[in-house]
Design a protein around this ligand. Structure first.
Ligand code: KG4
Ligand code: ZN
Length: 337
């Protein structure tokens, strides 16, 4: 039995959670900085670092209080060590080190992306390994072959933008709020996803992979009426914006689903995990389940609260690291990559 405090601060969420044995969630607190970054249309690293510094101790206190525990009730502290914004990671790691050192607790350093994969296994009714894992967020769109929680090998990634980034940019073109994923998909629900046939990326050599910059440009040219050199219309002058949102969303979701299921078939694996912020997307969930059923592939998505950045997944994977004896020493550093 291990009760672990998880701490996450790699990007724009300050989060802490207490999890028992990698599965039983005793508490979860997330402070989102979205409002602080929204006016800039994206995450500003300096603002993120400062906000983490202000919020990290209240968020940790909140998680302990919600769990009804103090530090004596903990067996270890797990913290996101990589990858992420370096200034933000350092706030979490330094705090975790100070708390672990002064309380005599072991400290484990978690890989944020591996934790996103682990999130999808925490609520699963079956052992999902071995599987293909797609981590799709504002910063990542990568496929992995996952043999166990700590054996995760990258297979293919995006050549340019992450899928979440494409949602954010198209939201900006359509005059929708940041972050773009939720606002584009809310508008898409009112549109016709077959209205515009936007391009789906396929590598020339047939290999598995992603690219979203061509799609983003296709949306831009569509809005300019096919004239690449025309001015981009103001959001209020865009014709049938819901159809554009729905057709764009369909192109992203079609590509993610197609490449992920191809990876599973080629690897001969019958299970798939999808995680990261974009995994909240309703259409992605529906299409992935629908197509996977055809191939007898089972798909696991975490609940939406565990798709976006959270500390439950950090404490969860931290439990595996602790069991494997992979404890950090006090000189351990944060790594941006
Ligand atoms: O995992 P996450 O919270 O942060 C990282 O990027 O690590 O993911 C945030 C991303 C944003 O780009 C946001 O637009 C996207 O996830 N997102 C969505 C949806 N909800 C959040 N994208 C598509 N559909 C959604 N419903
Ligand atoms: Zn993330």
């Amino acid at each position: 039995m291990a009760t672990i405090l998880g701490i996450e601060s790699s990007c724009d969420e300050t989060a802490a959670a207490v999890v028992r044995d990698g599965r039983e969630v005793l508490s979860s607190v997330v402070h989102s900085q979205i409002a602080e970054h929204a006016v800039y249309g994206g995450v500003v690293p300096e603002i993120a670092g400062r906000s983490h510094l202000e919020k990290i101790l209240p968020v940790i206190d909140g998680a302990l209080e919600q769990a009804g525990l103090d530090f004596d009730g903990l067996d270890a502290i797990a913290v996101t060590q990589r990858p992420g914004l370096i200034g933000s990671l350092l706030v979490g790691l330094s705090t975790a080190k100070a708390l672990a050192f002064t309380r005599g607790l072991p400290l484990v350093g978690v890989h944020h992306i591996e934790a996103h994969v682990y999130a999808a296994t925490m609520e699963a009714q079956e052992d999902p390994y071995p599987c293909i894992a797609l981590v799709v967020s504002g910063g990542h769109t990568t496929l992995y072959r996952a043999l166990s929680p700590l054996e995760i090998v990258p297979l293919a990634t995006t050549l340019d933008d992450a899928a979440g980034e494409a949602f954010d940019k198209v939201a900006w073109l359509l005059g929708l709020s940041y972050p773009g994923g939720p606002s584009v998909s809310a508008l898409a629900a009112k549109g016709n996803r077959e209205a515009v046939r936007f391009p789906r990326y396929r590598a020339k050599d047939g290999s598995i992979g992603f690219s979203f910059s061509g799609l983003k440009t296709a949306v831009l040219y569509h809005l300019r009426g096919g004239d690449a050199l025309a001015a981009t219309p103001a959001p209020e002058d865009i014709e049938a914006p819901a159809d554009v949102a729905a057709s764009f969303e369909e192109a992203v979701v079609d590509t993610l689903t197609d490449q992920t299921l191809r990876a599973a078939r080629e690897a001969g694996l019958s299970r798939v995990i999808v995680s990261g912020g974009v995994a909240c997307n309703r259409r992605l969930r529906d299409l992935m389940h629908e197509r996977a059923a055809h191939d007898d592939i089972r798909v696991h998505f975490p609940s939406p609260a565990y798709c976006t950045d959270n500390a439950v997944m950090i404490a969860g994977l931290g439990n595996e690291l602790l069991l494997a004896g992979r404890v950090l020493d006090w000189s351990a550093d944060a790594l941006a990559r």
